[in-house]
Design a protein around this ligand. Structure first.
Ligand code: SF4
Ligand code: SF4
Length: 392
């Protein structure tokens, strides 16, 4: 489910978002941007490209705290990349208590457990390469553009979801509200639309960058005693991921361009070894999340420092908590290979009738998207400006 929304009044119709979208999910129709929510993978590139604030990604707000008897914030360890030392981590943790949460659970010990489970899964599944599934953008990209690679994915639950489940059990009869403070926009919809169409135990997903003005205002010298888990940092910082000898033959790719390059090689059978492909949309891993306020390079330096001084052990998680049947979204709506091939043929038939200039004058990013829209019944050949001009 796309989390991108659009404000017509702010849009300058510059088309920058349409040009940059890697999945051609955006088009300009009737003088406004249309978002194809099936195609959007929540990568956030359009938000970065739009300098007019025509596009936004919004999560829940802290107003929702009032609806619960008890509230718990789940904090991803990626945010610690924004802190220069341990004192700043403990101050940040305390800030969320001052914001109104009753409890703050930082997730490094859960991430550490996932790191261990990845190694075990790898030992148990030899015979080809495996693809990480912790990044929802990469998961959606594979589902949409590389369906042949789906069987290579490690089907692990989202760490925050595992923690939320445990917390829900702990407070079984209480009206507890679980808020996931997200480091990237792709995680904002996961409370409502979790992997595999199941029910989520997360009640609200809140953007960390939206909280930043409040964090900056109320942050002070008060600290919440916090220990963090080194392995948990390995799960969220690309450069730390390969620390362990057992993961030395891992291909780490961050940023969508590199991810697509690795997936192209995998799809065309160019990866021969038993590699693990550790892929993330954000630069340097989750520490470069597009809902964090710093930059991925300093976050990397800070994470290295925290790694060296971390003292907490990973939590014990059993396979039932971690391994899922699928990490796919809207699985029920997935087309079969036969249906895809039939659709592909129809699209190609329409594509042959179009000029192939990819000029964008029709408002679609390419002639192929125009052909797809014709097949879907949303457009007709005469909507092509070049064909239209030739006909008059
Ligand atoms: S980049 Fe922003 S201003 Fe330009 S067309 Fe897209 S939404 Fe409108
Ligand atoms: S979030 Fe990414 S996939 Fe979705 S519309 Fe924006 S650029 Fe396209």
């Amino acid at each position: 489910m796309s989390v991108i929304s659009y404000t017509l009044e702010k849009c300058q119709k510059c088309m920058a978002c349409i040009r940059i979208c890697p999945t051609e999910a955006l088009s300009m129709q009737q003088q406004r941007i249309q978002i194809n929510r099936e195609k959007c993978i929540n990568c956030g590139q359009c938000l970065d490209a739009c300098v007019h604030q025509g596009l936004q990604a919004k999560g829940s707000t802290l107003d929702d705290l009032a609806h619960y008897e008890k509230t718990v914030a789940l904090l991803p360890p990626a945010v610690f990349g924004e802190c220069h030392n341990h004192a700043e981590i403990e101050q940040l943790m305390h800030t969320f208590i001052e914001m109104g949460f009753d409890e703050v659970v930082e997730l490094s010990a859960y991430e550490g457990a996932i790191y261990d489970h990845v190694q075990q899964y790898r030992k148990d599944n030899r015979g080809g390469y495996l693809i990480s599934s912790f990044c929802p953008v990469v998961n959606r990209l594979i589902q949409m553009k590389y369906p042949m690679l789906l069987s290579n994915m490690i089907p692990f639950e989202l760490t925050a979801e595992i923690a939320a489940k445990r917390i829900r059990q702990q407070y079984e009869n209480k009206n507890v509200g679980i808020f996931y403070l997200c480091e990237c926009i792709a995680k904002l919809p996961l409370g409502k639309f979790p992997y595999g169409n199941k029910r989520s135990e997360i009640d609200h997903c809140v953007s960390l960058v939206d909280l930043f003005p409040k964090i900056a205002r109320i942050r002070n010298t008060k600290r919440l005693t916090t220990e963090i888990c080194a392995k948990g940092l390995c799960s969220v910082a690309s450069e730390l991921f390969v620390q362990d000898e057992a993961l030395s033959s891992t291909i780490v790719a961050d940023g969508l361009k590199k991810v697509q390059l690795v997936l192209d090689l995998a799809e065309f059978g160019q990866l021969k070894g038993e590699h693990l492909l550790w892929l993330s949309n954000c630069i340097n891993g989750c520490i470069g999340g597009n809902l964090l306020w710093g930059n991925p390079f300093e976050a990397s330096i800070n994470s290295r420092r925290h790694y060296a001084s971390a003292t907490k052990d990973a939590i014990e998680l059993n396979n039932e908590e971690v391994i899922l049947e699928t990490v796919l979204f809207n699985r029920a709506n997935m087309k079969s290979l036969k249906e895809r091939m039939a659709e592909f043929t129809k699209i190609n038939e329409q594509l042959e009738k179009l000029p192939g200039y990819d000029c964008g004058a029709c408002g679609y990013p390419s002639c192929r998207v125009m052909a797809e829209e014709i097949v879907a019944g949303h457009s007709v050949l005469a909507d092509c400006r070049i064909i239209h001009v030739k006909e008059i």
